[in-house]
Every structure is written in structure tokens, then in C-alpha cells.
Design a protein. Structure first.
Length: 277
């Protein structure tokens, strides 16, 4: 007898930027994902409705909503093996982005393995391994250009470039903390603010960057995909220089009210910088 997995639209709580965004208006808005010691950003819970995109998964477009669910067989056999996740996975994702979007070349920006609960004791943390639990988009113009230049694959000539997030699970469905994504068309620039990121991981220098955070608006239209598998990739826009295409996509993890106590999320993601003629 086959057990039917839980699916369907859900109501969940997302963490949005609070107003005011810091306790002291004179403070720079900061987020410290590892220790929290320098975090000054303040968020507040907001209840939202999330549509399960599973029933219409083929209807979404990177150039319209800003995201798409793509069937794709993953070449990784061990997601705790960094020789695979930091080499094979970004190369595999870059090839997929070229195939899907028509980019003439693309380069990966490493990868992040994340654990919805505790990570294995023998897995050494080199970056933030927790799912992001507040509504954000990864890149501002400043951090996007930094990422582009760090990719090591910038061609001499191109007319457009974009950054994509390639995200997938490597745990069995259902997931206790799926990824929620927001239709880019439902978001306005005035909904956004910028937070400075401080990331200090063992054996690495302090990394400072910036990302986009969001104030809640009733217009925001949220989706998730229930019961993702290892052979699916959720791809969404991180940045784009073409003003006629989605610029970036708010996203966040959330607690899935349909998942049982034994459900867990393990995921991997990479950012891909793509270039176009």
C-alpha cells in the first residue's frame, strides 16, 4: 500500500522585516548568520498563504514569475562529499542554466549544503549551513557585481548577464522546511531594503556583503513545491541586467504545517552567473 504524501496550499508564518527595522535608527542594519552577535536587523512574523505549485509546475517561467521547477537527474552520489558538491554540482548547474536560458557561458559560485535540523557531527562547517528563515533576495547590484567578478568565468564580450539560484533537496519527501518563493511580478522596489551581511566561518576571514530584505505587503504572491525529490531543481532569479526580465526573487524557508514530526529537509544550492550575446 502506497502512503499518499501531504500536499496542497498552506498557511504559514514568514519572517519579514519589521518597521522600524532596527531598535536604534542610528545603527546600520546588519545580519550575522553564524553567531548572531552583530545582528541588528529585526523581523516580525507574518501569516501568509502559499500556493502549492506542484499541480501546475510546468506553468512557471524564469522570464515571467522568475522561477521554474525543472526535472533534472542529479550527478551527486554523496552530498557530504565536498569533492562532489563543490566541483561537480556547480558545473552541472552551469550547464543546465546554459541549456535552459540560452546563455553562451556560465560559471558556478561554489555550493551550500544546508540542514533543516542538526548537521552530522563529522560535517565541518565552512559557511552558513542553516536555511534562511527570513524573506530576502540574495543580491543587490553591488553584491551581484562582486559575485560576477569572483566567478572566474567573465568573458571579454557580452550584452547581458544574470545570476540564478539552483536549489534542490537531497532528503526524502516530505520536507519540514521547504523553500517558499515569491512571484517577482507581485513585488515592488519600495518593498525592499538592504542589510549588511557578516559571515565568519572557521578557518576563514570575515566576509562582508549585502543582500535585499523585504517589508510585508498584501500583494506578495507566494508559492512552494510540495514533496520535492533529488531529481528536481528549483531555479530562480537572483539578479538580471535586463530591465524587461525579473530582477530578483524574494524567498525564505518556512515550517511546513503538513509535514509530520519525522520529516526533514536537507538541501544543496549553488549560484550561477550566466552571460548572453
Amino acid at each position: 500500500m502506497t502512503t499518499e504524501l501531504p500536499s496542497g496550499d498552506v498557511t504559514a508564518t514568514l519572517s519579514y522585516l519589521r518597521t522600524p527595522a532596527t531598535d536604534d535608527p542610528s545603527l546600520t542594519m546588519m545580519y550575522d548568520p553564524l553567531t548572531g552577535e552583530e545582528t541588528t536587523m529585526r523581523t516580525a512574523p507574518v501569516e501568509v498563504r502559499l500556493t502549492d505549485g506542484r499541480k501546475n509546475s510546468g506553468d512557471f517561467s524564469l522570464d515571467r514569475e522568475g522561477f521554474a521547477l525543472i526535472p533534472h537527474r542529479c550527478g551527486i552520489t554523496d552530498f557530504l562529499d565536498r569533492s562532489q558538491t563543490e566541483d561537480i554540482y556547480p558545473r552541472e548547474a552551469a550547464a543546465l542554466i546554459c541549456e535552459l536560458t540560452g546563455a553562451f557561458t556560465a560559471a558556478g559560485l561554489g555550493s551550500n549544503v544546508r540542514f533543516g535540523r542538526s548537521r552530522p557531527e563529522d560535517y565541518t562547517v565552512t559557511t552558513d549551513h542553516n536555511p534562511a528563515r527570513f524573506v530576502h533576495a540574495d543580491f543587490t547590484p553591488v553584491s551581484a557585481i562582486t559575485a560576477r567578478d569572483m566567478s572566474g568565468g567573465v568573458p571579454d564580450k557580452y550584452s547581458r548577464w544574470a545570476i540564478y539560484n539552483v536549489w534542490q533537496v537531497w532528503s526524502e519527501p516530505p520536507q519540514d522546511q521547504p523553500l517558499a518563493i515569491c512571484d517577482a511580478r507581485s513585488v515592488a522596489r519600495e518593498d525592499e531594503d538592504v542589510v549588511q551581511i557578516r559571515l565568519k566561518a572557521p578557518g576563514r576571514d570575515v566576509v562582508r556583503s549585502e543582500t535585499v530584505v523585504y517589508y510585508p505587503k498584501p500583494s506578495h504572491k507566494w508559492y512552494y513545491f510540495s514533496n520535492m525529490t533529488v531529481n528536481e531543481k528549483l531555479i530562480f532569479k537572483g539578479f538580471d541586467t535586463d530591465p524587461d526580465r525579473p530582477l530578483r526573487l524574494p524567498h525564505t524557508s518556512f515550517v511546513n504545517p503538513l509535514a509530520g514530526p519525522d520529516a526533514i529537509r536537507k538541501s544543496i544550492e549553488t549560484r550561477i552567473v550566466a552571460f548572453y550575446h
